[in-house]
Design a protein around this ligand. Structure first.
Ligand code: PMP
Ligand code: GLN
Length: 379
C-alpha cells in the first residue's frame, strides 16, 4: 500500500517502552507516571458506570465537564471562556492537535514547527497536505529565536504550532514570547495551535502563560489540554480544546468525524473531580519535588544539564563524554545500563543529534533513586 507518511516508522515511545520491557530496564523513556491516580477518581468512574452513564456523550462533551473546564481556566489563569461555544472535550490532546490542524490546514499551506517538536505535529500537518517549515529553537536553553521565526513566515504561512511547557526541552514561554508571536501574526491570516498539556507543571515559581492570555492570540489560538498529564491517567486519553467560537465550530466539524465523542463515564467523573481546585493547582509542587530529586542525583553523574523549567522531562547532555549517536547511546543505556530514555534527535525532522537524552521523572521516588544509582555508576 502506498504510504501517506513514507518517512514515518513506529513512534520512538512505543519502540523504547518495548525495549525497556524486553530488557527489564527502568523505563524513563515514554512520558507516563509510574504511580496511580487518586483512588477517589477511580471510584467516581466506577460509580458513573454503575449509574448507567455508558452511552455516547454529546459530540462536544458533557455540559458539566465543559463548564468545569471553563471554571478551572478562570481559577487558574483568570480567563473567562464560554463553555458551550469555546470548549470541546476530546479523546486526548493528540486528537485535539490533529483535529485543530485538520480544521485549519489546506493543501499547500505552510505550518511553522519549532524544533525539537513533539512527534505528532508534522504527520498531522502532512496528512492535510500542509508543508512543515522547521525553525530550530536556540541551544542551549531552547528559547525561541524570533528573527528566525519571522524569516520563516511567507504568504503561504497558515499556522504555527506552539508547545509550552515544552516536551522534550522543558522551556516555558515568557510574556515576551507571547508578545513577539502576537506582533508577528497580527497583520496576517495565521492561526496558532498551542499544546499546553503540561500547563500545571512549571517549576521555581515560574507561571504558565496560556497563549490565550494575550488578547490577540486569544482570537487565533486552539489551546490543547490533557487530563492524562494533570491527573496521572495517560491511558484514559481524554483532553480538551479551547478556541474562540468560530474556530471551535471549525474544530468540531472535524472532531465529529475523528472520534465523534469521548468516553462518557470519564467525563462525568472528571467533572466532579475538578470541583476541588487543589487537585490540579498542587501539581507543580508535586513534580517540583521529583525534578529536584532527579536533578540532585544527576549532579553525581557525569552528565551535564540545566534543570527543566516545566513538564516532567529532564534533558541531559553527554557530548563531552562520548561521540556515540544519541540513538545508539539510548539503546546501549537501555540494554546494558538498565535505564531507558529517549534520544532527542527523534524530535528533529532531519534527526539532528545534539548529544542529548530525555528522561521522564514522573516516576515513584524509589524508581528514580534506583535509576540514578545506575546512572551514577557510568563514567
Ligand atoms: N503533546 C505533548 C507535548 C505530549 O507530551 C503529549 C503526551 N505525552 C501529548 C501532546 C498527547 O497527549 P494525550 O495523551 O492526551 O493525547
Ligand atoms: N507524550 C509522551 C512522551 O512524550 C508519549 C505519548 C505517546 O506514547 N504517544 O513520552
Amino acid at each position: 500500500l502506498p504510504s501517506k507518511l513514507p518517512q514515518v516508522g513506529t513512534t520512538i515511545f512505543t519502540v523504547m517502552s518495548k525495549m525497556a520491557s524486553d530488557h527489564g530496564a527502568i523505563n524513563l523513556s515514554q512520558g507516563f507516571p509510574s504511580f496511580n491516580c487518586y483512588p477517589f477518581l477511580m471510584d467516581l468512574v466506577n460509580q458513573y458506570m454503575r449509574d448507567g452513564y455508558n452511552q455516547y456523550a454529546p459530540m462536544s462533551g458533557v455540559p458539566i465537564l465543559k463548564q468545569r473546564i471553563a471554571e478551572k481556566t478562570l481559577i487558574s489563569f483568570g480567563l473567562s471562556i464560554d463553555p458551550e461555544k469555546e470548549v470541546t472535550v476530546v479523546s486526548g490532546a493528540t486528537e485535539a492537535i490533529f483535529s485543530a490542524v485538520t480544521a485549519v490546514v489546506c493543501p499547500g499551506d505552510e505550518v511553522i514547527l519549532l524544533e525539537p517538536s513533539y512527534d505528532s505535529y508534522a504527520p498531522a500537518v502532512e496528512l492535510s497536505g500542509g508543508i512543515p517549515v522547521y525553525v530550530p529553537l536556540s541551544l542551549p536553553d531552547f528559547s525561541v529565536d524570533w528573527d528566525r521565526v519571522s524569516a520563516a513566515i511567507t504568504e503561504k504561512t497558515r499556522l504555527i504550532m506552539v508547545n509550552t511547557p515544552h516536551n522534550p526541552c522543558g522551556y516555558v514561554w515568557t510574556k515576551e514570547d507571547l508578545d513577539n508571536l502576537a506582533s508577528l501574526i497580527q497583520d496576517r491570516d495565521i492561526y496558532v495551535v498551542s499544546d499546553e498539556v503540561y500547563e500545571y507543571i512549571t517549576f521555581d515559581g515560574r507561571p504558565h502563560l496560556p497563549l490565550m492570555s494575550h488578547p490577540l492570540l486569544r482570537e487565533r489560538t486552539f489551546t490543547c489540554g490533557s487530563f492524562g498529564k494533570t491527573f496521572h491517567v495517560t491511558g484514559w486519553k481524554i483532553g480538551y480544546c479551547i478556541a474562540p467560537p468560530v474556530l471551535t465550530e471549525a474544530f468540531r466539524k472535524i472532531h465529529q468525524f475523528v472520534t465523534f465523542s469521548t468516553a462518557t463515564p470519564l467525563q462525568y467523573a472528571l467533572a466532579e473531580f475538578l470541583m476541588e481546585p487543589s487537585r490540579y493547582e498542587s501539581l507543580s509542587d508535586f513534580y517540583q519535588q521529583k525534578r529536584d530529586l532527579f536533578c540532585g542525583g544527576l549532579k553525581k553523574t557525569a552528565f551535564e544539564f540545566t534543570p527543566a523549567q516545566g513538564s516532567f522531562f529532564q534533558l541531559v547532555s553527554y557530548g563531552h563524554l562520548s561521540q556515540a549517536s544519541d540513538y545508539a547511546l539510548s539503546v546501549k543505556m537501555c540494554q546494558e545500563v538498565g535505564v531507558a530514555c529517549i534520544p532527542v534527535s527523534v524530535f528533529y525532522h532531519d534527526k539532528q543529534d545534539h548529544k542529548l537524552l530525555r528522561f521522564c521523572f514522573a516516576k515513584d521516588d524509589e524508581l528514580l533513586e534506583k535509576a540514578l544509582g545506575l546512572l551514577q555508576g557510568l563514567d
